[in-house]
Design a protein around this ligand. Structure first.
Ligand SMILES: O=C(CO)[C@H](O)[C@H](O)COP(=O)(O)O
Ligand SMILES: [Fe+2]
Length: 213
């Protein structure tokens, strides 16, 4: 399994040091939450900010685009050094086209659904994607409580992957701590995103280690 600390909960005044610390502590991905104030009721940062961090770390840049019509920003995200670009099913009229756009830029393509969207909405893109992200909170803010009903989606995605020999990783995002993270792993998750749980602890290595079974 992999751990993806979410930069949203890091100290923005010392970002480079925060990122180096979680890299040394054994993180696998750096989860990068881009918010536009329209698709979600919050604004975070964009490609100019994480692009500046790219030369400072070898962590996989796992970009979660919470922006309306993400096709407008996929190219800038790729150019800023993203490795995985994940777009919301709910944010575009053309999810299949956006996935193709990401792949044509040579990046791994992910799709993400809100707690209110069923796995069935993803039928047509599951054969194409490298990652499926299940929101386990409503997107927009760190530090929210895990929504238990999302666990059944993880199991569904795992069963579909086995049945059809799909290749996507299953990632979960929101309210993940040692307890809820374990539930996600038991249900079949491959990647745990955790923001406040990791960055609110002074010992980030202990926090990351506590998420591993
Ligand atoms: O996408 C997100 C919010 O929309 C974040 O990745 C997520 O909320 C991480 O924060 P926390 O682990 O504190 O819940
Ligand atoms: Fe996220």
């Amino acid at each position: 399994m992999k751990i993806a600390p979410s930069m949203l909960s890091a100290n923005f005044a010392t970002l480079a040091d925060e990122i180096k610390e979680i890299e040394a502590a054994g993180a696998d991905y750096l989860h990068i939450d881009v918010m536009d104030g329209t698709f979600v009721p919050n604004i975070s940062f964009g490609p100019m900010v994480f692009g500046a961090l790219r030369p400072m770390t070898n962590l996989v840049f796992d970009c979660h685009l919470m922006v309306q019509d993400p096709e407008r920003y996929v190219e800038a995200t790729a150019q800023a050094g993203a490795d995985i670009i994940t777009v919301h099913y709910e944010a575009t009229k053309h999810i299949h086209r956006v996935i193709q756009q990401i792949k044509s830029l040579g990046k791994k393509a992910g799709v993400v659904i809100n707690p209110g969207t069923p796995v069935a909405a993803l039928d047509s893109v599951l054969p194409e994607v490298d990652l499926v992200l299940i929101m386990t909170v409503n997107p927009g803010f760190g530090g929210q409580s895990f929504i238990e009903s999302t666990l059944t989606k993880i199991a569904k995605l795992k069963a579909l992957r086995e049945e059809h020999q799909y290749h996507y990783e299953i990632e979960v995002d929101g309210g993940v701590n040692a307890e809820t993270g374990r539930k996600c792993l038991d249900a079949g998750a491959d990647v745990l995103v955790a923001g406040s749980y990791i960055f609110n602890q002074t010992d980030r290595k202990a926090a990351i280690d506590s998420l591993r079974p």
